[in-house]
Ligand binder design. Structure first.
Ligand code: MN
Length: 232
């Protein structure tokens, strides 16, 4: 048996609807601009250029229903409501037609973003880690097995802050659809069970403040909820 100097951290995991078993997470991949209107609002070009990725540590996972402190070193914490894909089979250098079979399930997600740090990083050509990969930045609802869902190629996706609608879109508006994303990501990595993919956000991203309650929903997946508390 391996002995460790310090006790290892708990394995990050996600609740599964209708099951007592949890989905253990090893990696969190995120897709950059994947809805045309959001690409435009971020000053980008919504053309079908190859998708690009960044990642968050699995330790950033935070279950829906949590209350989290407003994070340090930002004045502009943004919500990004996203469909999350959970991989359930090994996949490497796959074609689009092979990719859907490797999708185990789906969840609602929030890609919380320190937008000011992201803007500084972009301007300086620096990595996005402090903007995207901070503690509590990967909020996730219950996972739902793909076999229980219809085609997730379309369906309403929305987010409200304190009950006021901020983001509203449709999964059909993705520039790169789920099988295309999974196939493309598999060109770069040996995808495996435990890999989550945050698939990008529709337009309407914006700032939240301490005391705000964020609620989001995706058709078929139900709600996600996050409360922002005072900074520590
Ligand atoms: Mn995002």
């Amino acid at each position: 048996m391996t002995e460790y100097i310090f006790p290892p951290a708990e394995i990050p995991s996600v609740a599964v609807r209708g099951s007592t078993q949890r989905y253990a997470v090893s990696r969190i991949f995120c897709v950059g601009r994947n809805y045309a209107a959001h690409a435009r609002e971020m000053g980008g070009d919504p053309s079908r250029e190859a998708p690009f990725y960044f990642s968050k540590p699995a330790s950033a996972l935070t279950p829906s229903g949590s209350t989290v402190p407003y994070p340090p070193r930002t004045q502009n914490l943004h919500h990004e409501m996203e469909l999350v894909v959970a991989i359930g089979a090994p996949l490497f250098r796959a074609a689009t037609e092979q990719a859907q079979a490797a999708v185990w399930g789906y969840a609602t997600g929030l890609d919380m973003t320190r937008r000011d740090l992201q803007a500084q990083a972009k301007a300086a050509g620096q990595p996005w880690d402090t903007a995207k990969g901070f503690e509590h930045s990967a909020v996730i609802g219950e996972l739902v097995c793909a076999s229980e869902l219809g085609d997730m190629g379309r369906g309403a996706i929305s987010l409200a802050v304190n009950g006021q609608l901020r983001q509203q879109g449709d999964l059909a508006d993705m520039i790169w659809r789920v099988p295309e994303l999974v196939a493309n990501l598999s060109q770069f990595y040996h995808l495996a069970p435990g890999d989550l993919i945050y698939t990008g956000t529709p337009e309407g991203v914006g700032a939240v403040q301490p005391g705000d309650i964020i609620t989001g929903a995706i058709e078929g997946l139900g709600e996600i909820r996050l409360t922002i508390a005072a900074p520590e």
